[in-house]
Design a protein. Structure first.
Ligand code: DGY
Length: 322
């Protein structure tokens, strides 16, 4: 029997993929930092039965057209807005993601970003490193408290609930908005379901964790920022295009809102001359929500497991995208 062929779009540790290598022909792009160029990718997937992708690959009709033997796309991310799921379904190609294993790590980062933005941690560190710390002053780099404040979570999925757990530990009042109500979060974290508009008006922290869909694209626009409190902190660990970045920049600059902690952007990596980078009240991270060593290994292992199940065991994947 011929071995299944698998292409991996980024250099991953050998030990994580060994289980595939034993029983499949595995080829891997040999750079950890740069995505595989499209012409090479399209050449490599011509024979592939399975592909392990990152969120940097656009898996669309064009991609599928190059890969006539493809049975499974295993995405190393919980988000899958980089994949045209309908097109995959039409062709009978299985798609998988990596839920659960990154929930707590991403919730940690979200909470850290709320803290860092509210308490001006990055600004304070830069202040000291630049030799500006000459004196103590009563309001030197004074920020905003988290405890006792109101947080509004937009997108109460697994990560949203894990953020709510952390917020409850800080005695925060929790509001949420979601496609559907989450009785468990309401019970466990005293979270109250409210409309998007009411959440924006009432929250000291607005935390965006919603996936990118046609409905959520651009939902944080000028009107949304106008509804927020003038000292509100906006945090986005979901997907960049959910936010109108020009409107966010204006809102921060004019004091319509107080600060922003951002891990995701419309264009990644963000351009060096992007106006958001010029603002002290914006904390900017390079899409590291799930980036702990343990969790990134767990994500790779889950993607590998999905490929193994489908191509080697001939079984259903562990975490199919439904
Ligand atoms: C995800 O898994 O969707 C993250 O954004 C990537 O870490």
């Amino acid at each position: 029997m011929t071995k299944p062929k698998i292409y991996i779009t980024r250099k991953l540790p050998e030990e994580n993929i060994q289980i595939l290598k034993d029983q499949a022909d595995v080829e891997m792009w040999d750079d950890e930092w740069k995505p595989v160029p499209k012409d090479i990718l399209f050449e490599k997937i011509k024979q592939a039965d399975g592909v392990l992708t990152m969120l940097t690959e656009r898996v669309d009709k064009n991609f599928f057209d190059q890969a006539p033997h493809l049975k499974i796309v295993a995405n190393m991310a919980v988000g899958y807005d980089n994949i045209d799921i309908q097109e995959a379904q039409k062709r009978g190609i299985i798609t998988t993601n990596t839920p659960d294993v990154l929930t707590e790590t991403t919730a940690d980062l979200t909470f850290a970003l709320m803290m860092a933005t509210a308490r001006r941690l990055i600004e304070a560190s830069e202040y000291v490193k630049a030799g500006q710390w000459k004196n103590w002053g009563p309001f030197l780099l004074a920020g905003k408290d988290l405890y006792g404040k109101t947080v509004g979570i937009v997108g109460m999925g697994r990560i949203g609930a894990a953020v709510a757990k952390r917020c409850k530990g800080f005695d925060m009042n929790i509001l949420y908005h979601n496609r559907s109500r989450d009785p468990e979060a309401e019970q466990e974290y005293d979270a109250s379901y409210v409309s998007f508009e009411d959440l924006l008006k009432a929250s000291d922290f607005v935390v965006c964790l919603t996936p990118l869909t046609n409905e959520t694209e651009g939902m944080f626009n000028q009107q949304a920022f106008e509804l927020m409190k003038n000292d509100a902190v906006f945090v986005n660990v979901g997907r960049g295009p959910v936010v109108d970045e020009q409107a966010l920049y204006e809102a921060l600059k004019t004091g319509e809102i107080g600060g922003a902690g951002l891990d995701v952007f419309s264009e990644e990596p963000i351009q060096q001359d992007h106006p958001l980078l010029s603002l002290k009240q914006a904390v900017i991270l390079p899409h590291i929500g799930s980036a702990s060593i343990d969790t990134r290994n767990a994500m790779i292992d889950l993607a590998v497991k999905n490929l193994h199940q489908v191509l080697i065991e001939n079984k259903p994947p562990v975490t199919p995208i439904k």
